[in-house]
Design a protein around this ligand. Sequence first.
Ligand code: CTP
Length: 409
Amino acid sequence: MQVYKVGGAVRDRLLGLPVTDVDRVVVGASTEEMLAKGFRPVGADFPVFLDPKTGEEYALARTERKSGRGYGGFTFYASPEVTLEEDLIRRDLTINAMAEDDQLNLTDPYHGQRDLEARILRHVSPAFAEDPLRVLRVARFAARYAGLGFTVADETMDLMRQLSESGELQALTAERSWKEISRALMEDRPQVFIQVLRDCGALKELMPEVDALFGVPQPETHHPEIDTGLHTLSVLEQSSLHKQPLTVRWACLLHDLGKGLTPEEEWPRHIAHEHTGLKLIKAVNERFKAPKDCQELALLVGQYHTHGHRALELKASTLLELLQSFDVYRRPQRFEEFIAACEMDARGRKGLEQRSYPQADYLRGAAKAAREVAVQPLLEQGLKGPELGEALKRERLKALKAYKEAATA
Ligand code: CTP
């Protein structure tokens, strides 16, 4: 039997990038032989084994046939007769369909190296269409390698468009989609992920609420880029430039969904978009079963981002309500993430990327002032239950009034 490294490990080594995950393919072996050599079988779906000593993954060379909709609808065929070329042709992109042996001899029947050099993401064969998740994968690779100059081949975009139009994307499970979306948002250029999905018609299928933002104008005085979709892409770009965590990036993507619902006759104004957007944010959150912290932050940022921008004008009582909504006393980190998302929103405007955002420190100071109100003296006065709550609120309001006066004097 022969063993080859395949997929991302070969691709990233040739690109001179660090290799984290190594996938290996075994040609000329049967399941029985692998078990006899002491490999441990894993994965219910495919003939994949773990090396008990190193924990590395070995998959038998296999061919795949689609037998139904979605990812469940797969049958595969693995046997010692399946060749390396047959295994590679069922893979997604030419740059992911290269193999190398221990001596670094490259097997590259589908010209992955040529495409690496030309900086092209190109599908290997029509078998690409057998797994619709690949539409998201290609968009994710585009987001990751855009900085190196990679773009998607026209014929691959055509195939992705056909897949999107066929409705096949609807058969993807929330878990598989979220894994791609969350990884893509953490790439260097997450905005490219959304842009590629939009260009091939997949965004309309996956997140019509985000797709609907393109072509929706905003007032030029505040938003020189005008288009809400372009603004969203810029906010996402800023979130990556500023190394924000996934929660913030997710909130950035969804913060303005309400603007897609504004009746045209009200354009370019979007009165109360913070509220109208909430049900859309909830729907997207639930569609992909986003983790709880992502869901929560997206909803809070959706509802309160304009409060963030107007922080310096807010009355002390409104500031207090804002802090209470975030439960800033027990969840200070979440409020910090809210501030970050607001700042990315402000910076995601054409020509205003470098403008300072004094609201951030002002909000931090307000949170600090409110959090510093001590409970102990109130307890010592014998207060408890709702009375204690009310007294605490009064003290915090007092602290915020003093803070506001001092900060804006
Ligand atoms: N693959 C595929 N279609 C998929 C998933 C995986 O063709 N839907 C193939 C590709 O050849 C890919 C390999 O399986 O290179 C390994 O997949 P995975 O580990 O998911 O991705 P990597 O290419 O290793 O990339 P990453 O760096 O994102 O992990």
